[in-house]
Design a protein around this ligand. Structure first.
Ligand code: MAN
Length: 369
């Protein structure tokens, strides 16, 4: 039976599985300094939470690039948003107005009285990076996918790539004053992109598409955000066409998760293995510390869990994971099989850089019950 939330005090400090997972000694493998800003008046402050896939001999990452206004200093606070023509507009929050906002969370500008998020401090877009060895990447000099339209005025975040047939499907968060929704873009070559609009309305995040149909339907994990009753859990949905989703079923609850019980969300798109669908997901505490866990689901029914890790697979420990734009975050949007037995986990560290870790499937399965 699941435990009540209040009985867990030091959940995040449960011993991790770090002996099993190998971080790359070159970490972080991509930093903001590696990315050319999209405009001279913007500064790249984050290159993180990249989607990952293979294309031919290349490992391809679609990096979330977060930019802040370059001229910000102790006194000024300027935030970037998009105008109705999809051009960057810089909003200057004057010295006097600053006092009306809570700036304690580096990611957002909140109304001090209502707690409502009035702006994000950064605007995110996606940048393509290619590598032959999975470690050294050539990164596009200009934005590959830039936010566009009314639902993306505050940016696009956390892309996840799933190849279905010959088409790469990119699902990501669209952020605006309308809320955080999930949108779909498809491409066959990472040069021409087709937008399909919002596929899950606000507030929803962390959508992971399955690479094939199951029982005649496409499947996706998604993470709705209940505002009153309920917890931030992972759900499964099905679709005939990848844009209209239904038959929602609950998959994994914060209450079923022995570590970081405040919120869960899909991480990398599911990987088909002999034992079931392998899912690397994120879990966070109330203090917003993020770690990674894993669960396996039935190959014929992805809403049925057959095994899971009971301790964090990876939790913030290295300097680049504990300190950055937003401290204490390890967050994955993509993995790639290195060979039949080894999984490369690409992950964002502290909402600032990209890092990579390697784990053997055999070792991982031993820890999952
Ligand atoms: C959000 C996510 C990520 C981010 C974490 C930590 O929940 O969508 O974009 O990495 O928070 O800030």
């Amino acid at each position: 039976m699941s435990c009540p939330l209040s009985s867990v005090s030091n959940e995040f400090d449960i011993k991790g599985m770090d002996t099993m997972i190998e971080r790359f000694k070159e970490n972080p493998i991509i930093t903001p300094a590696d990315i050319r800003p999209s405009r001279p008046d913007m500064q790249v402050v984050g290159a993180f939470n990249a989607g990952a896939t293979r294309q031919g001999d290349d490992i391809v990452l679609l990096i979330r690039v977060a930019e802040a206004v370059r001229s910000n200093n102790q006194k000024t606070l300027k935030v970037p948003v998009l105008d109705c023509k999809d051009s960057v507009r810089i909003v200057d929050i004057g010295e006097t107005e600053r006092g009306f906002y809570d700036l304690s969370d580096s990611r957002v500008v909140r109304d001090i009285d209502t707690g409502v998020v009035e702006y994000l401090t950064t605007l995110s877009h996606f940048r393509l990076a290619r590598s032959k060895d999975g470690l050294n990447f050539e990164i596009d000099d200009t934005p590959t996918i830039f936010p566009s339209g009314p639902h993306e005025r505050w940016g696009i975040e956390d892309p996840r790539i799933t190849k279905i047939g010959e088409t790469y499907h990119i699902v990501y968060s669209s952020v605006s004053t309308n809320g955080v929704s999930v949108s779909l873009i498809t491409t066959k070559d990472f040069k021409d992109f087709k937008r399909h609009g919002v596929i899950f309305p606000p507030e929803n995040k962390d959508v992971c598409l399955f690479p094939e149909t199951i029982g005649g339907y496409y499947h996706a994990y998604h993470r709705p955000v209940p505002s009153d009753i309920g917890t931030l859990d992972i759900w499964n949905a099905t679709s005939r066409n990848l844009t209209h989703w239904g038959a929602h079923r609950h998959v994994l609850s914060t209450r079923d998760n022995p570590f970081a019980r405040e919120r869960l969300g899909g991480g990398a798109p599911p990987i088909k293995t002999k034992k079931g669908w392998l899912n690397i997901y994120h879990a966070a505490t109330k203090e917003k510390k993020y770690c990674l866990g894993a669960f396996l689901t039935d190959l014929d029914d992805p809403s049925t869990i057959i095994a899971k890790t009971h301790t964090p697979l990876l939790k913030p420990e290295m300097d680049y994971e504990t300190q950055g734009f937003f401290n204490n975050v390890v967050f994955t949007c993509g993995t790639v099989m290195e060979d039949e037995e080894t999984l490369l986990i690409y992950y964002g560290a502290s909402d600032e850089t990209m890092a990579m870790a390697r784990v053997s499937l055999q070792d991982l399965f031993k820890e999952m019950t």
